[in-house]
Design a protein around this ligand. Structure first.
Ligand code: FES
Length: 167
């Protein structure tokens, strides 16, 4: 079967070929794995957070597509130096998509996954701390709901395989 290459813009292609902040962070304050239920791809975010709750450093590992690598890379750059509150409030998947110069519509979920992993990491940070700030919503946001934990992703994928359900 021949496949037509997706119309990625040059910025996405460059970020895919030369991603920034790629790799595991050994001294991360928090890490979060997130998987997308539609495609089964996964991404891990590592954040180094200061006592003042500022993101000092962010890295990622992606087992996703070019769009996920590009958007994850740009997210790690966009959040550097931000407080957790502004990273939570200001980094949306639409902003991230615009920042990479746009994505083909069928690739929007790849950027959603990158932001979902970030939000998961921030929520996890406060869960581990045992306190939650007032700005953190109790209910999971759209991006978090699209970014499943590894176990939940595995469960959904195996259910899909067993039932023959279409993605
Ligand atoms: Fe799965 Fe892009 S196709 S993250």
């Amino acid at each position: 079967m021949s496949r037509t290459p997706l119309p990625y813009n040059p910025k996405v292609l460059d970020l895919f070929r030369n991603p920034k902040n790629l790799g595991k962070m050994e001294d991360a304050t928090v890490m979060a794995v997130a998987g997308n239920p539609a495609c089964g791809d996964m991404v891990t975010f590592f954040l180094k957070i200061s006592d003042q709750e500022i993101i000092e450093k962010a890295t990622f590992e992606s087992y996703g597509c070019a769009a996920n690598i590009a958007t994850s890379s740009i997210v790690t750059e966009m959040i550097k130096g931000l407080t957790l509150k502004s990273a939570w409030e200001d980094i949306t998947w639409t902003k991230v998509t615009a920042e990479v110069g746009g994505l083909p519509t069928i690739k929007f979920h790849c950027g959603v996954l990158a932001v979902g992993a970030l939000k998961r990491a921030i929520r996890l940070f406060y869960e581990k701390k045992g306190t939650a700030p007032t700005w953190l919503p109790k209910d999971h946001t759209f991006e978090e709901k699209q970014a499943l934990e590894e176990e939940e992703l595995a469960r959904r994928l195996s259910k899909r395989l067993n039932t023959g359900e279409e993605k």
